[in-house]
Design a protein around this ligand. Structure first.
Ligand SMILES: Nc1nc2c(ncn2[C@@H]2O[C@H](COP(=O)(O)OP(=O)(O)OP(=O)(O)O)[C@@H](O)[C@H]2O)c(=O)[nH]1
Ligand SMILES: [Mg+2]
Length: 194
C-alpha cells in the first residue's frame, strides 16, 4: 500500500455532517495523548497534516482525511481527558457511540493503546463497549520508541496481527499500511498487498 495523496476534508460535530460518498473509513480512537494524530501523520508521511498537541484533548471533532482518493482516516476525540467537564464528557460519549454504532462506512476501528501502560481502565471500557456491540476493532500499540525491544517482542507475541508503532522512529509503518491494504483489497498470490 503506497500513500500517494492525503487531504484534510472536514471536521464534523454531528453524524449528519459526515461525507456521503460511501468510501470506507478507518477510525482512530484511544485515550487523549495516546498518539492518534501523530500515528496518522506518520503513516501518511505528512508531518503537520493532523494537528498534534502536548496538551491532551486537542481533537474534539470527527476529523476526516481522504487518502489516495479512496478511503478516509477519521481522527476521533480522545477519551480520559480529566479536565473536560461532565457535560463535555457526555457530549463526547454520545457522538462517539453514535458514530461507532451507526456509521456503516467504518471498515475498521484502530484502538490505540500506549505500549508503556497497556490497557487502562478507560481503554477496557471502550473494549467492553465494542465487544458488547460486536464492533470489530484492531488494537494498535503506540510510542514503541519508549519501550525496550524485549517489551516490543512480548507485546507482538501476545497480540499477533496488532501493529506496534512509533511516530518518532517510523516503526510499524509498513505493517500498518499493509494491514489497511489487505483489508481494502485482500492479498495477491505473492502474499503481498496490492
Ligand atoms: N515518544 C513518542 N511520543 C509520541 C508518539 N506519538 C505521539 N507522541 C507524543 O504524544 C503527544 C500526544 O500526541 P497526539 O498525536 O497529539 O495524541 P492524540 O492521541 O491525537 O491526542 P488527542 O488529540 O488529545 O486525543 C505529543 O506530544 C506527541 O509528540 C510516539 O510514537 N513516540
Ligand atoms: Mg489528536
Amino acid at each position: 500500500m503506497i500513500i500517494k495523496e492525503s487531504l484534510f476534508i472536514k471536521s464534523a460535530s454531528a453524524l449528519k455532517d459526515l461525507p456521503v460518498d460511501g468510501l470506507p473509513e478507518f477510525a482512530f480512537i484511544g485515550r487523549s495523548n495516546v498518539g492518534k494524530s501523530s500515528l496518522m501523520n506518520m503513516v501518511l508521511g505528512r508531518k503537520g497534516l493532523v494537528k498534534t498537541s502536548k496538551k491532551p484533548g486537542k481533537t474534539v471533532l470527527l476529523n476526516y482525511f481522504l487518502v489516495n482518493s479512496c478511503f478516509y482516516f477519521v481522527d476521533l476525540p480522545g477519551y480520559g481527558f480529566a479536565a473536560r467537564s461532565k457535560t463535555e464528557r457526555e457530549a463526547w460519549r454520545k457522538l462517539i457511540e453514535l458514530y461507532l454504532l451507526k456509521r456503516n462506512e467504518i471498515q475498521d476501528v484502530f484502538l490505540l493503546i500506549d505500549s508503556r501502560h497497556g490497557v487502562m481502565d478507560n481503554d477496557q471500557e471502550m473494549i467492553d463497549f465494542l465487544d458488547h456491540h460486536k464492533i470489530e476493532f484492531t488494537p494498535v500499540f503506540t510510542k514503541a520508541d519508549k519501550i525496550s525491544k524485549n517489551m516490543i517482542n512480548m507485546i507482538k507475541n501476545k497480540n499477533p496481527g496488532c501493529p506496534v508503532v512509533s511516530a518518532v522512529t517510523g516503526l510499524g509503518k509498513e505493517e500498518f499500511l499493509n494491514m489497511i491494504g489487505d483489508q481494502l483489497y485482500g492479498r495477491n498470490r505473492t502474499g503481498e498487498s496490492e
